[in-house]
Design a protein around this ligand. Structure first.
Ligand SMILES: Cc1cc2nc3c(=O)[nH]c(=O)nc-3n(C[C@H](O)[C@H](O)[C@H](O)COP(=O)(O)OP(=O)(O)OC[C@H]3O[C@@H](n4cnc5c(N)ncnc54)[C@H](O)[C@@H]3O)c2cc1C
Length: 549
């Protein structure tokens, strides 16, 4: 079956929803999402959206904090845009019905309560208690459902992008999508396609990310021939709950921001040994410090202590964290919270310019799947929801300019008749576990050449087996995700091997120093036959472009 639309949006997190709402002002939109409408990383975001709202704060300070955290790799033009356009996008979220936490005494004109998080030199985190993402999803999904120009397809799983090659140029014509309930595949033919499929945390055994975060967008874009950037920069959140009953539940950065203290089991504090900002140090420093302390002590976790804060303050500001911890027997007003780091956020992804354009014509990317360059080698807390809303708008405005000149072409139906062999669930589970374990053991917070090589050989074996199963096997979400996770993992490891230095989130014991002479630049990978090739600059056929018919 073929479905014709003007605009195809893959993903219903903050990026996809925001883009869809704007694109619906000028075209018919199909919004395709692989699970339920709200299932996304966005839905789990706790801390908030960073924006300069307080009269005592400044754009310059937010830009400086972002650049400092990104350790020399941020694209400064993208950071300027991110910060300067941020406050207007926050106001628009409020107009769309998002209810952020207010403080009637606050000096800012919106009377928003502004939180503070690690790496920020001012209070600038707009939030809805500690359930910011859920509140944003609620409001945006409601808007999308009320919009007659947007058709929502749930439980529909994008398999691959439809790419036409004209000479050297690649043009995106839409995507093949598996209905995970019926097993049918539809070709969505679109003038413009927005990739908003989110992150990839599930390639690691321990992650804060929900099940949807399997790197599908990066893998699809890579297979289609897009340039992929900076995949080695994976952020590990330093503070996730260590408890068998609630594995990887996130304890928001804001808890340290409001005075939480990291302690060893002896009660001793340690962050002052690692960074001048102590407990408010950036995430990568805190994650590495915890990793080092755990390796030294041989213990399973360290602790976050908020028992010195007033209980009412804790319950008011962190109700979700308070309740979740209480449900597993930890009263955080009285007990220290046992915590460990876990994979959290991908700074790299599908390379885009500041209008969200990828290196494939008519294909945009936005949100966590994209690499706009705002995060560089490390992401400043709460800059990612902001990135999604700022660049979704810019991409939608850009697509509007070109969409009318795009002439839809014929697309082939998906060859579903090739995918008939039964695939064993056990085999898929085993391969997935092997991959995720290797990534956690060898491509984690502290890396080395030997560990990365070990990971590469495991990943390549898993990838080969996944590809073989995919070629003839009956399609299922699990099979598609394994194929995508293996591809994404290979890109992470190859990027990490290429970067022979340590910078931001990438720390290699064999190259502990930062090398600005050779590596103060993005890692760019592009498909070259069966393996990724590292390129130093975009070639003529890989420039950002749209509007090609
Ligand atoms: C626990 C947690 C807390 C966080 N806290 C914060 C915070 O406080 N502030 C902040 O700025 N950031 C935070 N982040 C990061 C932030 O939430 C994400 O980076 C952001 O929400 C990503 O939005 P997105 O729209 O790009 O992707 P997502 O919200 O992940 O949405 C991706 C969508 O794509 C769909 N999808 C994926 N693959 C396919 C496919 N093959 N076919 C069809 N659909 C597909 C998914 O189902 C989903 O709907 C947090 C992340 C986590 C996990």
């Amino acid at each position: 079956m073929i479905i014709d639309v003007d605009v195809l949006v893959l993903g219903s997190g903050i990026a996809g929803l925001s883009f869809a709402l704007r694109a619906a002002q000028y075209g018919r939109v199909a919004l395709v999402t692989k699970k339920r409408d709200t299932e996304s990383n966005t839905n789990y975001a706790q801390g908030g959206v960073a924006a300069v709202i307080d009269p005592d704060d400044s754009f310059e300070a937010h830009i400086r904090d972002t650049l400092t955290t990104g350790v020399g790799l941020c694209h400064e033009d993208a950071v300027e845009i991110l910060v300067r356009e941020g406050p207007d996008r926050v106001r628009e979220l409020i107009e769309l019905g998002v209810r952020f936490t207010r403080n009637s005494k606050a000096k800012n004109p919106l009377h928003l309560h502004l939180g503070r998080e690690g790496g920020h030199s001012a209070r600038r985190i707009v939030h809805a208690a500690d359930l910011t993402g859920r509140e944003i999803e609620r409001a945006l999904v409601a808007q999308v459902k009320a919009n007659h120009d947007i058709r929502l397809f749930e439980h529909d799983h994008a398999i691959d992008l439809i790419i036409e090659r004209v000479n050297e140029k690649k043009i995106c014509r839409g995507a093949y999508v598996l209905d995970s309930e019926t097993g049918d595949v539809t070709a969505f033919r679109a003038k413009v396609t927005m990739l908003a499929t989110g992150g990839l945390g599930r390639v690691y055994l321990h992650t804060t990310n929900p099940e949807i975060a399997t790197g599908d967008g990066v893998a699809m874009a890579y297979r289609a021939g897009a340039v992929i950037a900076n995949m080695e920069f994976i952020q590990f959140h330093p503070t996730t709950l260590y408890h068998p009953g609630a594995r990887s539940f996130l304890i928001s950065e804001a808890v340290r921001g409001e005075g939480g203290i990291l302690r060893l089991s002896t009660g001793e504090t340690f962050m002052e040994k690692y960074h001048e900002m102590g407990n408010l140090a950036p995430r990568d420093v805190v994650a590495r410090a915890i990793d080092a302390e755990l390796k030294k002590s041989g213990e399973e976790c360290v602790y976050l202590d908020v028992t010195h804060l007033p209980p009412d303050f804790i319950k008011e500001h962190f109700p979700h964290i308070y309740e979740t911890c209480l449900s597993v027997g930890i009263d955080i007003t009285k007990d220290w919270i046992p915590i460990v780091p876990a994979a959290h956020y991908a700074c790299g992804g599908v390379l885009t310019d500041t209008e969200g354009r990828t290196t494939i014509a008519n294909l945009y990317a936005c949100g966590e799947v994209a690499c706009t360059g705002v995060h560089g080698a490390n992401r400043l807390a709460s800059n990612s929801l902001l990135e999604a809303i700022v660049f979704a708008r810019r991409a939608a405005l850009d697509a509007e300019k070109s969409i009318h000149s795009v002439v839809p072409d014929e697309v082939q139906e998906f060859p579903i008749e090739n995918h008939t062999l039964p695939v064993s669930e056990d085999e898929l589970d085993e391969l997935t576990l092997t991959l995720r374990t290797a990534m956690w053991k060898y491509v984690g917070i502290v890396r080395s050449n030997e560990r990365l090589q070990k990971a590469l050989s495991v990943i390549r074996e898993v990838k080969e087996r996944a590809e073989r199963l995919y070629e003839r096997g009956r399609l299922s979400p699990k099979l598609l995700e394994l194929r995508n996770m293996a591809q994404t993992a290979e890109l992470i490891v190859l990027s990490a091997l290429w970067r022979k230095e340590s910078r931001g989130l990438h720390y290699n014991l064999d190259y502990p120093e930062t090398d600005d002479v050779n590596f103060k630049r993005d890692t760019l990978l592009v498909r070259n036959g069966p393996v990724p090739e590292q390129v130093s600059a975009l070639s003529a056929s890989e420039q950002f472009s749209v509007g090609s018919s």
